[in-house]
Structure formats: C-alpha cells, structure tokens
Ligand binder design. Structure first.
Ligand code: ATP
Ligand code: MG
Length: 223
C-alpha cells in the first residue's frame, strides 16, 4: 500500500527554487498495477524518487507499506528500499565495468540477508528468469539496450520486493523488444504478487494495467 498526502517537492538548484510536484492525495493498493503517464518534465521520476525514498519531500507524508518514509533517516530509507522496493531506473543505473552477475548481486549486499554464495545463487536464478544466465560473466557495457534493461529488471527483483517501480522501462527499445520487456515485468510482478508502478509513454501498453494516472493532471505545481 502506497499513500501520499499533501506531498510537495521543491528542488533547490543553486538557490533557484523549482516547484516540481504538488499532490494532495495518491493511493495505490497492494498488488495493484498502475501506469503513470504525462508529458516530459511533469514530475513522474520525482514521484518515483519520493515513493522509493531516494528523495524526501519538502512537505507532506509518503507512506509505503505502513511506514512514513519522511520520519526515517537517509540510512533507514536506504535499508527500507533494499528490503521493500525494486527500482528499474529511467537510465538503468548499471555499473558498465562490472559483470552482469556483479550488477545483480549489488542490492542483496545492501540488504545483508545473504552470504556471498547465496547471493550468487539467487542472482543466477534471476538472470535465468530474464534469459541472461548465459551472459552472467560479460561486462554490462558489452550488452545491447534490451539486454541491459533485462539486467536492470533482474537486479530490481532479486530481493523479492513488495513494490516494483519501473521508470520508462521500454523507452529506449524498439516496439517488439519493448513489448517483450513489459510482458516480462508484468509476469514477474504477478509471480511475486508485487505492487507494480510503471511510467510509460506507450499508450498501447496501458491495457496491461489496472488503471493509469496522469501526473500532469494530478500535479498542482504545474497548473
Ligand atoms: N535534481 C533536480 N534539481 C532541479 N530540478 C529538478 C531536478 N530533478 C528534476 N527537476 C525538475 O523537476 C521537474 C520534474 O522532473 P522529472 O524528472 O520528475 O520529470 P519527468 O516527468 O520524469 O520527465 P521525463 O518524462 O522527461 O523523464 C522538471 O522541471 C525538472 O527540470
Ligand atoms: Mg523521468
């Protein structure tokens, strides 16, 4: 369950205040699949960074799995994210000089739940699910865009998150590979019974979700 109340996010860019987001109320129920739409710059990534605790709002409450993230320290938020949230970032955020396997192991090393052998076993299991176990020892910088996206998916789900956030996961892919990646994300969310939030510009994908939310309409900061 995700519950945002009177959330405002103002960035400070060298003393210049940028009101990026103002949302009175946003609820997502456990297990729901929601698509987030809206034009470039309307605040979609900012919203995901607030839900994941990467950012804290200037005002308001961000309640995720019954925890108000705004009451946590940065370290507590990092741990909360490691244990509860899988985040597929807009620009992958992979380490290009690390191997595929090393990239997928990283979130498990934060959550401190596993030994090294367990982490590698889990990571290889995830890579199998996204069809990349054969490339586990290859450096990420040698992969195609779709393959990098699949590594990012494997990494995001390796800790069995309750919530998966995917920021334009098919934005850099052609139509066919984009459809394959979106099907894979939905299938994994179903199998894991995870709540799924996806930012997309692709209207043909909206039917895969329970509902869609237009952030341009919800965000009072840009009205
Ligand atoms: N770190 C930052 N410092 C200052 N302003 C920022 C920062 N990050 C985002 N913004 C501003 O906040 C607004 C919302 O940005 P955000 O990245 O959330 O948009 P978006 O909807 O994800 O756009 P896109 O579809 O292009 O990814 C924009 O005006 C952007 O310039
Ligand atoms: Mg964005």
């Amino acid at each position: 369950m995700i519950d945002l109340k009177n959330v405002e996010m103002t960035y400070d860019d060298n003393g210049v205040k940028i009101n990026a987001l103002k949302i009175k109320k946003l609820d997502v129920k456990t297990g729901e699949k929601v698509a987030f739409i809206g034009s470039s710059g309307c605040g979609k990534t900012t919203l995901f960074n607030l839900i994941s605790g990467m950012l804290t709002p200037t005002n308001g409450k961000v309640i995720v799995e019954d925890v108000d993230l705004t009451t946590l320290t940065e370290g507590e938020r990092d741990l909360f994210r490691a244990n509860h949230i899988g985040y597929i970032f807009q620009d992958f955020n992979l380490f290009p000089d690390f191997t595929v396997l090393q990239n997928v192991v990283i979130p498990m090393s934060f959550s401190k739940r596993y030994s090294k052998a367990e982490m590698e076993k889990e990571a290889i299991g995830m890579l199998k699910r996204v069809g990349l176990d054969g490339k586990k020892d290859q450096k990420v910088k040698t992969l195609s865009g779709g393959e990098k996206q699949r590594v990012a998916i494997a990494r995001s789900i390796v800790n069995k998150p309750n919530i998966i956030l995917a920021d334009e996961p098919t934005g850099n892919l052609d139509f066919k590979n984009g459809a394959k990646i979106m099907d894979l994300i939905i299938q994994i969310a179903n199998e894991e019974k995870a709540t799924l939030l996806v930012i997309t510009h692709n209207n043909s994908q909206l039917e895969l979700f329970d509902r869609s939310i237009n952030i341009e309409e919800l965000n009072e900061a840009i009205k």
